[in-house]
Design a protein around this ligand. Structure first.
Ligand code: SF4
Length: 253
């Protein structure tokens, strides 16, 4: 298991925006959303890399040297919970990536999840909704909540790879709670956002949050008003990206 970073902050997006949250970001993803167009410099060979704003948690080849390896659930638990040792309440625990559910069968990861649930954390997974969890074999995942940010065509990924309706349905059926989050820009709003969101969400009575695409304040500002108008027109919830508005594109915030 590779931990990319962990930190205490507030949730910046979706239904629980503003809630004090302990973040644990794990390395690796089953998608590579180049369409989001964020630029990074490789620590491996200084080459220019393009992807999502979490590319440093996605691209194993180029960023693994910055990830911390864990072979023991208790050590992982101690590392992550060290951020809350001086506070007298339990924040939400947000497990993110990359795509954290690619590790869902990993014994170190499952052991860690058991420990945080035993400790009383309210656990949220931030997922792209494409991993089909076997909830019968791993009932632990029935105790957690899922923010499903299923990727749309602006991610640049192929439909077959990014949309797994069986996986979404299974999460909706089994999870303690689930809701949708979609990342929108002006272009997709004009072209196909409504149709794509309906395709993914039809049949599920789940809250839908739409948020502006952007890796920094300037880009968020460029897309925000179009997303607000789109939400008003279609009855969706607007979600700001509070962490970006507060701290721009700073890592670990
Ligand atoms: S699924 Fe999420 S973490 Fe993975 S590449 Fe796409 S935006 Fe990045």
């Amino acid at each position: 298991m590779y931990l990319v970073e962990s930190f205490l902050s507030i949730q910046g997006e979706g239904k629980y925006a503003g809630s004090p949250s302990l973040f644990a970001r794990f390395g690796g993803c089953n998608l590579n959303c180049k369409g989001f167009g964020c630029e990074f410099t490789s620590p491996l060979d200084n080459s220019k890399l393009i992807g999502c704003d979490s590319l440093y948690a996605v691209n194993e080849k180029h960023f693994k040297s910055e990830w911390e390896s864990f072979n023991n659930s208790q050590e992982l638990f101690s590392k992550i919970t060290s951020h809350v040792k001086d506070i007298n309440y339990l924040p939400h625990l947000v497990i993110t990536g990359g795509e954290p559910l690619i590790h869902y069968k990993n014994p170190v990861f499952c052991g860690f999840l058991e420990l945080v649930l035993d400790r009383g954390f309210n656990v949220f997974f931030e997922t792209n909704g494409s991993v089909n969890i076997d909830f019968d074999a791993f009932p632990l995942y029935k105790k957690v909540r899922f923010a499903m940010s299923v990727k749309l065509s602006n991610s640049g990924e192929k439909y077959k790879k990014r949309v797994n309706k069986k996986a979404v349905q299974s999460i909706v059926l089994h999870a303690k709670e689930a809701f949708f989050k979609f990342v929108l820009d002006k272009k997709i709003i004009k072209q196909s956002a409504k149709k794509e969101i309906l395709d993914i969400t039809s049949g599920f009575d789940m809250p839908i949050f739409c948020m502006p695409l952007g890796k920094n304040r300037a880009e968020i500002k460029k897309n925000a008003s179009s997303v607000v108008l789109f939400c008003i027109k279609n009855g969706y919830n607007y979600s700001d990206r509070v962490h970006i508005n507060l701290w721009d594109n700073k890592k670990g915030a």
